[in-house]
Design a protein around this ligand. Structure first.
Ligand code: HSC
Length: 691
């Protein structure tokens, strides 16, 4: 879009990228830019150009969906468009507002002058998608700003405000006002001053300090599981040593290589999965929601505290309720301590910490808190009778419109809702510990949960800056239901003689943030013990390894008792000969333990167990789509983002290959575990994938 012909009196041609919602630079936009800049070159009335984005957003970069379409990329490469802009013999000013990300920033770097709104978000975010900037970013950004800062920004993919001092040198002007108006003013001044183009490609970089910064970056960032990281550092080396043409050509070639890597596919998948997760059938922008300003959190334990902090951080008024005065006092102190620490560490200003703390009202008065609340989140002891009793009471006390949420991790939300006279206003909000840090919340839709209740819960989760994934009712919902199978398999591996550090080591080297046994030591082995005891009654034929029970019988509940599958010095897990002996003796008693188990087998058995149960979760309609399961595992369980989540990873491995491995495992120890879920078997047979 452009305001052609340019006003003859100003000589400025305004070119506007108008491709809602984020002005991504798909083929049509690139064609428009090429045509408009060619017209500007040929029009003698044009003496300067201003490039802007419509809708208050300069551009969010390349159209990520186009990366699956190499034909469109090749037809008119963004890099070529930018080169043509830079080559124009009339000054070009970028008017940056909203966002200039990835290719959007590269486009601005190709312009001769740049003006930005102070709050515009700027970044070369490609690495977060497993990519490198492929349209000049690695060559031009380090020519515009300090080299070490450029490394930092490109390798982290961070978005920063245009006013951030790290961007010094990038903008000619950063304005609190309207960036487009300021850019037009600058263009007018350039014309009247007779100033010409000023090209970043002509800048040379002083090698000494740049080489030192690059060497340090190589040391800290490599090796990386994401191939783009090494490619970025090689491009930055070119920026120092090669001429710009060579640097740009290498950058483009490296981009073409990394865009097709599994890590880039996985990270793209994660990007879209996180956006898809908010789309819930039946809910629209018109679905009514309850305005929530006051949240009552019932239960001042670890969960209640974490949820309270998250709610305080998001600006809610919080009533933290507990009948036990000591527990309440301890929680209030812990929350105060949390904010003090944040201030001490420089993460929060003193005033802001005070404001957040002041929104908290610890109270023993359930009646008044329930009356005041728009949303009540109960986080009391995980027991059906206890939770039903609390919900029944809340139902009597709360205003009729108030929503009651349960933070249960396993109990049936329908049964809990039936304890109230407002089942339509009951919903599960399953937070993960520590609740002020973990991003995931499973929002559990009971059979009676009204659309408006669900929509309100999701809106609250978004305001908490967390990811809400809708789950159906079943034991363990999405995440923990799958986790149970993953853990069963990890424990079976110990039956066969694998040691905790071997299992955790294999999975952590594969990319899990924490291996399953360290994770259980952190969560508390007594929690799993209680579940296994329940299972023994519900499903007596379901096989479990005896090892975690033996561990618990020795009082080794994990970090909190100083010992679990490891012994602990503070938080440091140290392999423990006592556990190794227990495992050896136990596996010998089963007639096992002679076989060397490879790290590959450990990973396959644990991850395929996760995938198989994930398929059942999908087939049962507990998750709305396979990518929601991936979001659960990425946001809540430390699954490596560069592998995309369990279901995406399954597609990458090939479902037929997974079923074939499961058939192989079925010949081994506890072979009956390996029954492919019917949907997995069916898709594998048909050569299908999870979509
Ligand atoms: C890149 O630029 C590579 C370059 O180096 C060029 C390489 C050259 C070779 C290639 C030549 C072509 N594309 O997030 P939201 C959609 S890599 C397509 O909910 P917000 C998004 O899916 C790119 N779609 O909004 C959603 O769609 P839905 C580098 C994109 O306000 C809708 O827009 N850029 C898209 O919360 C709204 O998005 C980035 O990494 C894109 N680039 O946040 C920026 N960006 O409605 C990625 C968004 O159908 N984007 N969409 O669900 C973001 O970080 C956020 O979307 C914003 C807006 C902060 C822009």
């Amino acid at each position: 879009m452009t305001d052609t012909p340019p006003a003859a009196d100003t000589g400025i041609k305004l070119i506007v990228i108008d491709n809602p919602p984020v002005n991504s630079l798909g083929l049509a936009v690139r064609r428009m830019l090429a045509a408009e800049f060619a017209a500007a070159a040929n029009d003698p009335n044009v003496r300067a150009v201003v490039l802007a984005g419509a809708g208050g957003r300069f551009s969010a970069g390349a159209d990520i969906r186009e990366f699956n379409d190499p034909g469109a990329i090749a037809e008119l490469h963004l890099s070529d468009v930018i080169d043509r802009i830079e080559a124009l013999d009339k000054p070009v000013v970028a008017a940056v507002d909203g966002v200039a990300l990835g290719g959007g920033l590269e486009l601005a770097l190709g312009c001769h002058y740049r003006v930005a709104a102070a709050n515009a978000r700027i970044g070369l975010t490609e690495i977060t998608l497993g990519l490198l900037p492929g349209a000049g970013g690695t060559q031009r950004l380090p020519r515009a700003i300090d080299f070490a800062r450029a490394i930092e920004l490109i390798t982290s993919g961070q978005m920063v405000a245009a006013s951030d001092p790290r961007l010094a040198g990038l903008f000619d002007e950063v304005t609190e006002g309207d960036a487009r108006a300021a850019a037009l003013d600058l263009a007018a001044r350039l014309i009247s001053d007779g100033a010409g183009p000023r090209r970043l490609s002509a800048v040379t970089i002083e090698p000494g300090p740049a080489e030192a910064a690059l060497a340090q970056a190589r040391e800290t960032l490599l090796p990386s599981p994401v191939p783009a990281m090494a490619a970025i550092l090689d491009c930055l080396d070119d920026a120092i040593h090669a001429d710009i043409r060579t640097g740009l050509a290498h950058e483009r070639a490296r981009f073409d290589q990394v865009v097709a890597t599994p890590a880039a596919r996985a990270l793209r998948h994660a990007f879209f999965a996180e956006r898809e997760v908010g789309k819930v059938p039946g809910l629209t922008a018109e679905t009514p929601t309850l305005p929530v300003e006051t949240v009552a959190v019932i239960g001042a334990g670890t969960m209640g505290r974490g949820i309270s902090i998250a709610a305080l951080d998001a600006g809610f008024q919080v009533k933290l309720v507990d009948a036990n005065a000591t527990a309440l006092e301890r929680a209030a102190e812990a929350i105060e301590r949390h904010y003090r620490t944040m201030v001490e560490r420089g993460r929060l200003g003193e005033t802001e910490a005070r404001v957040r703390g002041a929104r908290l009202s610890p109270t023993a008065d359930l009646d008044a808190a329930a009356q005041a609340a728009d949303l009540v989140i109960e986080a009391v002891f995980e027991d059906m009778t206890v939770k039903q009793e609390v919900l029944r009471k809340l139902d009597e006390l709360a205003r009729p419109e108030t929503i009651l949420a349960t933070n249960t991790s396993t109990l049936n939300v329908d049964t809990l809702a039936d304890a109230t006279a407002r089942p339509g206003q009951v919903v599960g909000m399953h937070f993960f510990s520590p609740a002020n840090i973990m991003r995931l919340v499973e929002v559990v839709r009971g059979k009676a949960t009204a659309d408006s209740t669900l929509a309100t819960a999701l809106k609250v989760v978004t305001r908490l800056r967390k990811v809400g994934v809708v789950a159906g009712v079943c034991d363990g919902f999405i995440g923990n239901r799958m986790l149970e199978e993953y853990l069963r398999q990890a424990y079976f591996l110990m039956d066969e003689g694998a040691l905790p550090q071997e299992i955790d080591g294999a999975l952590e080297r594969w990319g899990m943030a924490m291996g399953p046994l360290r994770m259980m030591d952190l969560a508390g082995n007594d929690v799993g013990w209680a579940i296994r005891k329940r299972r023994k009654v519900e499903q007596p034929d379901r096989p479990y390894s005896a090892i975690p029970d033996l561990i618990c019988e020795r009082g080794r509940y994990g970090q909190k008792t100083g010992a679990g599958f490891y012994r602990y010095e503070g938080r440091k897990a140290i392999p423990d000969p006592e556990v190794e002996q227990l495992i050896r003796e136990h596996s010998a008693s089963l007639g096992l333990g002679q076989r060397e188990i490879s790290p590959e087998e450990i990973v396959e058995r644990c991850i395929y167990a996760l995938i198989n149960e994930g398929t059942a979760v999908l087939a049962d309609g507990i998750a709305l789509r396979a990518s929601d399961i991936d979001v659960v595992y990425l946001a809540g369980y430390g699954f490596p983002r560069y592998r995309g989540g369990p279901m995406h990873y399954a597609n990458e491995v090939g479902l037929d290959a997974i079923v074939a491995a499961m058939d192989r495992f079925a010949q081994g120890y506890q072979g009956q575990f390996w029954k492919p879920a019917p949907l997995l078997a069916e898709l594998a047979r048909a050569g299908g994938t999870f979509t």
